[in-house]
Design a protein around this ligand. Structure first.
Ligand SMILES: [Zn+2]
Length: 287
């Protein structure tokens, strides 16, 4: 499967090596769950994380009991994401964009923390947690609006689950969720789904094209906090390498993109991105 273009030697390097590769370049950045862990959002694929079977699009659409359980958990969980704050890594990337070092971000996270930190050019590759889409008519509503409807349909549910959240008990949660009433689309009665790309689903084509364009308009690609386990992110790494753009991967643990990288740095993103924001020079305005 490898081509001549992929023959970039992988180097486990230091911060100085990263700076040497990136200095003077205008950077596209691809971020993953590792960037948000310091904001309290768990990275289920990190080296120390428990194994987890991700939900698939097929499960969501075909299994009513599963869907009920999913929405019940989501109804509690989305409020947690809603309360999270950007961390030093998000802020460093926003600062780098304002200085003209970073030209834009492609993020696999759905938490909107890059936007909250002040990044302007963000492609939410896998969607965003604060929106819900109808699978039949395509209408998009806010998650907050749906929360109001779910509260009306399930009086007392949030308070009851809050007790369970304090002392997690899987059986108790399932007992609670088996009675959960799911909301249908108020426009057409169709099935609602969070506006998030699940396993078994494709990223919308237009979004993929914008992400490729972002990589093509940059001189180099910096990957931060992603193990690149899914193809939806890995393809941009491969594309950058194949088009002669140096790739740097900053992540805790090995990634599927390491073989495309000029330098890899096994480190946390909050501290590394902060260091880069202080170190990387603003590129010359040559084009
Ligand atoms: Zn609809």
């Amino acid at each position: 499967m490898s081509t001549a273009h992929e023959a970039v030697p992988m180097t486990a390097g230091s911060l100085a090596d990263v700076v040497e590769v990136l200095a003077g370049h205008r950077l596209a950045v691809l971020t993953g769950a590792g960037v948000s862990t310091d904001s309290g959002i768990p990275d289920y694929r990190g080296p120390d994380s428990p194994p987890r079977t991700p939900m698939t699009f097929q499960q969501f659409t075909s299994d009513e009991a599963f869907r009920r359980h999913y929405w019940a958990r989501n109804h509690v969980g989305w409020r947690h994401v809603h309360r999270t704050m950007p961390n030093a890594g998000h802020r460093a990337l926003a600062a780098l964009e304002h200085r003209g070092v970073v030209t834009g971000l492609i993020t696999q996270n759905v938490d909107l923390l890059h936007e909250a930190a002040g990044s302007r050019h963000v492609i939410d590759l896998h969607g965003r947690y604060d929106r819900v889409r109808c699978l039949s008519c395509g209408i998009v509503i806010s998650r907050a609006e749906l929360a109001d409807r779910l509260d009306t349909l399930n009086p007392g549910f949030t308070a009851a689950v809050a007790d369970i959240e304090i002392a997690p008990d899987a059986d108790a949660v399932i007992e609670q969720t088996s009675h959960f009433v799911v909301a249908a689309c108020s426009a057409c009665g169709g099935m609602l789904k969070p506006d998030i790309v699940y396993f078994g689903e494709n990223v919308p084509r237009e979004r993929v094209e914008r992400a490729y364009a972002l990589v093509d308009a940059a001189d180099a690609l910096l990957v931060a906090g992603s193990s690149l386990t899914v193809q939806s992110g890995l393809r941009f790494v491969r594309h950058a390498a194949q088009t002669g753009r140096p790739v740097v991967v900053v992540n805790r643990g090995a990634t599927r993109g390491d073989k495309y990288a000029a330098v890899t740095l096994d480190a946390g993103t909050s501290e590394t991105l902060t260091d880069l924001a202080e170190t990387l020079p603003t590129p010359a305005q040559s084009r």
